[in-house]
Design a protein around this ligand. Structure first.
Ligand SMILES: [Mg+2]
Length: 137
């Protein structure tokens, strides 16, 4: 059965995503959810520094980033700021635990396109990501 939320770009290619989270449990979960909806996971980073490096390496062949906020070495907000400084059109969606509204607000002001709340809910995630990528499809 074809997944009703499956999305591809106008040229028929999959939306390319970089997943950033220091929790292997979360990266696995996101990877599974995104792959099941037709997204192509092109990289996984476990801290902000790795995320920035991978983004620069993969650019422009990257459409979307899911960015955890709390991570060691470089947090997600700093990584977001650096990615936006590198590519002002970057599509970054923050991933955060409930109750971090102040940090989410800060991230949105810094250029994040949307946010996802943990624990992860497949339907909610795909709705948010599809909305952020609507212009590509
Ligand atoms: Mg974390």
């Amino acid at each position: 059965m074809k997944n009703i939320v499956e999305r591809t770009k106008k040229d028929g290619s999959p939306i390319k995503v970089l997943i950033v989270d220091d929790s292997i449990f979360i990266t696995k979960q996101l990877n599974q959810i995104l792959a099941s909806a037709g997204y192509e996971v092109v990289g996984i980073a476990n801290n902000g520094g790795e995320a920035l490096e991978l983004y620069q390496e993969l650019s422009p062949n990257i459409d979307l980033v899911t960015m955890d906020i709390t991570m060691p070495k470089m947090d997600g907000i700093t990584a977001l700021e650096k990615i936006i400084a590198f590519d002002k059109n970057a599509k970054v969606v923050m991933v955060t635990a409930i109750g971090k509204e102040d940090l989410v607000k800060k991230a949105i002001l810094a250029g994040a396109k949307n946010f996802i709340i943990k624990p992860l809910d497949r339907t909610a995630i795909l709705a948010r990501l599809n909305a952020v990528c609507a212009d590509l499809c």
